[in-house]
Design a binder for this molecule. Structure first.
Ligand SMILES: [Zn+2]
Ligand SMILES: [Zn+2]
Ligand SMILES: [Zn+2]
Length: 376
C-alpha cells in the first residue's frame, strides 16, 4: 500500500479503461471477480446478455462499461497487492511481454527461415501486386514478372487480379461507401472488418466500372488468378512447413506455427495497417482533404506507409517523395536493384517542383515545413 499504482489499502487502481491488459494477473483476476459478483448485468465485463460475440471477444475491443470500472475499483484485491510475484509481473508487464514475444521465435530452429522469407515476401508483394500490376508505376521484364508473381503467392492474400481491382476502387473512391476498406467505417473495419462481411453494393458497382483491360489480357496474371489457391497451398503452406523439417530437422508443428501461422499473422497485419493505420494516424503534407496519412507507424509497412503522398500520386514508383535511403523504403530499394539488373525500367516519378507546388496548395502547412527538413 502507498506505492505507485496502489490506491487505498487493499485496492489496486485499474490500469486503463480498456481490457487490453488482461494478461496482467491483477487485471484478469479483478475482471473475473467482478464477473462472478455481477454476472449478466452491465457491471459484468463480458456480459453474455450483450450477445455471444461481445462475451467471446467483443469486450476486449471496446471501452469498459462505466459500471465495470466502478465495481472494479471496489473489489478487494488486497491478497494480490501483497503478493510480490504478482506485483513484479505488474511492474514489468510491457518489457516482459516484449521479451517473450521476441524470444519465442529466436529459440526455434525455424527462425532463420522465417526471418529471411518474411521481409523478402513483404517487399516483393509491394513491388509486384501494388506497384507493378495495380498502379503500373514501372515496367518489368518477363523474368521479373514471374519472380514477383511466384513470390507474391507466398502471402496467400487475394489473387493479383482481385487485389488490384479492389485497390483501384479504393483509390478511385477513397473514404466513401464504394471504398472496399473505407476508414470512415472505423479503424477495425478498414483493418480486417471488411474481409468479414459482404461488400457494400457501391463497392461492387464501382468494381464493374474499373478499367481492368491491362490485366484481362495479361497471361501471367490470368494464370495466377486461375491457380491461385493450389499454388498458395504449396508455396504459402507446404513449402515453409517442409523445408525446415527436411533440411534441418525442425519439428513439423513448430515449422507450421512459426513459418506459416506466425508469418501469416505478421504479414497480414502489416498489410492491413496500410488500410487502417495509414488512414488514421499521421500528417497530411500533400493533401489535407483526404484521410490517407504519412503514417506514424509506417516502418512496419516496408515503404508503403507514405500514404498521403501515395494517394496524391498513386503512379509514383517510390510511393514517397523520397527515395529508399533518405526514408525507410525497402520496396523502392528492391525496384532500384531490379532496375540495375535491367529487369525493371520506365519508373514513373512525380517531378519535385510539381510536388512542392501541390504541398503549398493542398497540404497541411505546419507539416509541410517538417517534411522539408526530411523528417520522412
Ligand atoms: Zn469463474
Ligand atoms: Zn489507401
Ligand atoms: Zn495504392
Amino acid at each position: 500500500a502507498g506505492r505507485t499504482g496502489y490506491g487505498r489499502t487493499g485496492h489496486i487502481k485499474p490500469k486503463c479503461p480498456y481490457s487490453c491488459c488482461w494478461h496482467l494477473v491483477v487485471e484478469c483476476c479483478r475482471d473475473h471477480r467482478v464477473h462472478h459478483r455481477f454476472s449478466d448485468i452491465d457491471a459484468d465485463p463480458h456480459n453474455i446478455t450483450r450477445g455471444f460475440f461481445f462475451a467471446h471477444m467483443g469486450w476486449l475491443m471496446c471501452r469498459k462499461h462505466p459500471d465495470v470500472i466502478e465495481q472494479g475499483k471496489l473489489v478487494d484485491m488486497s491478497d494480490l497487492a501483497a503478493n510480490p510475484v504478482i506485483s513484479l509481473q505488474r511492474k514489468f508487464y510491457v518489457p516482459l511481454v516484449a521479451l517473450i514475444w521476441a524470444a519465442f521465435p529466436i529459440f526455434n530452429l525455424s527462425w532463420p527461415y522465417d526471418k529471411t522469407i518474411n521481409p523478402v515476401e513483404c517487399n516483393i508483394r509491394h513491388c509486384g501486386v501494388h506497384r507493378l500490376w495495380c498502379h503500373r508505376t514501372y515496367k518489368a521484364k518477363p523474368v521479373l514478372q514471374y519472380l514477383l508473381a511466384f513470390l507474391y503467392v507466398l502471402a496467400f492474400q487475394d489473387n493479383i487480379y482481385k487485389w488490384s481491382r479492389d485497390h483501384r476502387v479504393h483509390h478511385k473512391c477513397a473514404d466513401t461507401d464504394a471504398d472496399p476498406y473505407s476508414i470512415k467505417r472505423g479503424f477495425f473495419f478498414a483493418h480486417i472488418g471488411w474481409l468479414l462481411c459482404r461488400k457494400h453494393p457501391s463497392v461492387i458497382a464501382q468494381g464493374h466500372t474499373i478499367d481492368m483491360s491491362d490485366l484481362d489480357h495479361d497471361p501471367l496474371v490470368q494464370f495466377e488468378r486461375r491457380y491461385h489457391v493450389p499454388l498458395a497451398l504449396v508455396l504459402w503452406g507446404a513449402m515453409p512447413t517442409l523445408v525446415p523439417w527436411y533440411f534441418w530437422g525442425e519439428s513439423l508443428s513448430a515449422a507450421w506455427f512459426i513459418c506459416v501461422m506466425y508469418r501469416y499473422t505478421y504479414t497480414l497485419n502489416s498489410t492491413w495497417c496500410i488500410n487502417s493505420a495509414a488512414h488514421y494516424w499521421g500528417d497530411k503534407p500533400y493533401d489535407k482533404h483526404i484521410e490517407a496519412t504519412e503514417c506514424t507507424i509506417r516502418h512496419v509497412m516496408m515503404g508503403e506507409g507514405f500514404h498521403n503522398y501515395h494517394h496524391t500520386y498513386p503512379w509514383d514508383y517510390s510511393m514517397s517523395e523520397y527515395g529508399p535511403i533518405d526514408a525507410f523504403n525497402p520496396a523502392t530499394m528492391f525496384i532500384d536493384l531490379f532496375a540495375r539488373l535491367g529487369w525493371a525500367y520506365d519508373m514513373r516519378r512525380a517531378p519535385r517542383d510539381v510536388v512542392k507546388q501541390r504541398m503549398k496548395r493542398t497540404g497541411q502547412p505546419n507539416v509541410t515545413a517538417k517534411t522539408n527538413r526530411k523528417v520522412y
